[in-house]
Design a protein around this ligand. Structure first.
Ligand code: CTP
Ligand code: CA
Ligand code: CA
Length: 615
């Protein structure tokens, strides 16, 4: 792929060097269009493997894999050197590396109140516990919060977080360049006056990897001075100054994570979330890569666009077929008008993402109204009442441990508890929920009692089934228990906390408090966040039947299911325009009128565009 120099038009179109004004440095509302906006994405290297390594005190240079039943779910970097991948079968991995350390994730077993590293865990009798990883994940998040108190932080999954550095960058710019604190007094544009030129020579943060602006030109010039020289050949902008500050800050945070908790991370820093995530895997492990605006075009052009999230499916296939293209660069000549004419107005986001534009915000997820779910795909279906208690007990122990653990950082309590069961052949689970009353001592048994009551309400009893041959046979293949609306109790509710460890509060009558709480539970009409009702076709999507997930992974999966579903509506709308062909492989087909869904209602947020925002 030949390197190209950027004509003025391109610079303008890619918006690589937007004007930065005093307002952009001084404004508190650091919107997504602030040209100083700088985002980081930090991802733990082979996360579960590092957690197990730390727990066992094993030398990080030794090859180690983490197992869930017979599948490798994490492979550390020394093991990857033997060619072992996540998809590798365990016997093959052992052949590739005879000294491989193999650790099975902890599991819950019926009758035990906490997860253990059982010597011979079995899917038929045990349930996977991800508690260790969740706990370590929270510790890591706390390091972000304490080391970056003025940055916006969004936990994106169990092992990665986005950081919006714009605010701390503004503060540091003002400390280092006090002349930016106010525009020249005679300036007619006042705060909208452009900043003076940036410092002539920038110290490119040394322990970061700076993606080359001209990769071809840099080939073969790998010396300690190489990157510095290469970066210097394209003049630094104020955004480059911002990137360097973010690089220092994130490097400090990553060092703190390494030194206090012992984990290595890889990070990406760029002007938005999409690019930060993409560039985080530029060099791994234990590395931090920075993408200057000037380096965006040569970085994106050779990228196979079907590897971009949300372009891996139908839409990517449509584009690849329509233009016989593979890389982002091959699609850059399509102008916006053509793209929108062919693919509808919503294709704006495709046009933008090819040019490295993403207006998705970094938003801290509210700690309230979360849910906790313990789920099990059953190796042997539940066929009668007698089969259920064993699994309910395992699931409830897990929830008890997780709720007690959540209480270490604050007074939290779930509003409701729900039981979900899935019958073989049914597309959705059946669920029933009930308010979860406060109790002084939370044990698995308290939860089991609530769940068994729900079980009786949700299912026909064995006796009734025997008496009535019309009732279909029970064959439950997935069972899950969830706490919903897990909230931090407000000051006024704190007395309730006494119902846990300590004596009950004298001031408030417990029954009254419980009654009030129950009332508020009943008033709460929030649907379980584990399902999503499509506003276009009212179809309910659910992500219950996956085992071994944590909430973050599950939330991400729900997002993916939503995205895929909305992609379907998008494709339907495209087909109505009768302009493009649908379908991968040889046979190109159109969606026939009979297969079209109901006409789409006007929606608040454009579907495909919103996938991108929700990254
Ligand atoms: N994970 C999993 N199943 C998957 C993907 C991920 O159980 N299909 C778990 C892994 O065990 C992993 C963690 O989620 O440790 C984070 O996933 P990811 O960041 O994708 O991979 P890592 O193992 O952290 O490896 P890398 O260094 O490439 O980020
Ligand atoms: Ca990772
Ligand atoms: Ca990850």
């Amino acid at each position: 792929m030949a390197t190209f120099s950027l004509p003025a038009k391109d610079v303008d179109e890619w918006n690589l060097n937007p004007t930065v004004t005093y307002r952009h440095v001084l404004s508190q509302s650091t919107g997504v269009h602030n040209p100083l906006r700088t985002i980081g994405l930090c991802d733990l290297d082979c996360f579960y493997a590092q957690c197990e390594q730390r727990r066992l005190g094993i030398d990080p240079a030794l090859p180690i894999v983490v197992l869930q039943w017979d599948m490798l779910i994490a492979v550390n970097y020394p093991a990857r050197e033997f060619g072992i991948k996540r998809m590798t079968k365990l016997p093959d991995a052992k052949k590739m590396c005879p000294n491989l350390v193999v650790v099975h994730v902890a599991t819950y077993k019926d009758g035990e109140s906490e997860p253990k590293y059982h010597p011979d865990p079995n899917n038929k009798t045990h349930k996977v516990s991800l508690d260790l990883y969740r706990r370590e994940s929270n510790k890591i998040l706390n390091v972000f919060k304490t080391t970056l108190p003025t940055a916006e932080i969004e936990k994106a999954s169990i092992d990665e977080s986005f950081v919006d550095f714009t605010r701390p960058i503004q503060q540091i710019l003002l400390e280092r360049y006090p002349e930016l604190a106010s525009p020249p007094p005679d300036s007619p544009l006042n705060l909208d006056t452009p900043l003076p030129p940036p410092p002539a020579r920038l110290e490119w943060h040394k322990s970061s990897v700076w993606v080359p602006v001209n990769p071809e030109a840099e080939k073969g010039t790998e010396s300690s001075e190489g990157p510095q020289q290469e970066q210097d050949s394209t003049p630094a902008t104020w955004h480059d100054v911002a990137l360097s500050i973010a690089a220092e800050l994130l490097d400090n945070t990553r060092r703190e994570i390494r030194e206090t908790l012992g984990y290595t991370t890889s990070a990406g820093i760029a002007r938005n979330k999409f690019l930060a995530k993409l560039v985080a895997s530029y060099k791994k492990p234990n590395s931090q890569s920075v993408l200057r605006n000037a380096a965006i075009p040569n970085y994106l052009r050779p990228l196979p666009f079907q590897k971009i999230r949300f372009l891996g499916g139908k839409l990517g296939t449509i584009l690849a077929e329509e233009y016989e293209a593979k890389t982002v660069g091959e699609l850059l000549y399509i102008d916006l008008a053509e793209m929108q004419r062919k693919f509808g107005p919503e294709s704006l986001w495709v046009y933008q993402v090819f040019r490295g534009i993403d207006i998705g915000e970094v938003k801290e997820k509210p700690p309230v109204n979360k849910s906790m779910l313990a789920s099990k795909n059953l190796p042997k279906p539940i066929r009668q009442d007698g089969d259920v208690l064993q699994w309910v007990r395992v699931l409830c122990s897990e929830l008890a441990v997780r709720l007690l653990e959540a209480r270490e950082t604050g007074t939290v309590w779930p509003k409701t508890i729900a039981l979900h069961t899935k019958q073989a052949g049914d597309s959705a689970s059946k669920s029933k929920q009930t308010p979860f009353p406060f109790v002084r001592d939370l044990t698995g048994d308290v939860i089991v009692a609530a769940v068994m009551k729900l079980w009786k309400e949700l299912h026909t009893s064995d006796a009734e089934r025997a008496a009535n041959p019309n009732v279909p046979k029970m064959k439950i293949i997935n069972i899950a228990v969830s706490f919903n609306g897990v909230e931090t109790l407000e000051q006024g509710q704190r007395n309730i906390a006494g119902f846990f460890g300590g004596p009950a509060s004298k001031g408030a009558s417990s029954s009254k408090l419980i009654a009030q709480e129950k009332k508020s539970h009943e008033d709460d009409s929030n649907a379980s966040p584990l399902t999503y009702k499509c506003p276009t076709c009212s179809k309910v999507l659910s992500v219950l039947s996956v085992e071994g997930d944590d909430e973050d992974t599950r939330a991400a999966r729900l997002e993916a299911v939503k995205a895929e579903h909305e992609d379907f509506h998008f494709a339907q709308r495209l087909s109505r325009q009768e302009t493009i062909k649908l379908g991968a492989g040889s046979g190109k087909r159109r969606i026939s009128p009979a297969r079209r869904g109901p006409p789409s209602k006007k929606r608040k947020e454009p579907g495909i565009e919103s996938f991108f925002k929700k990254k």
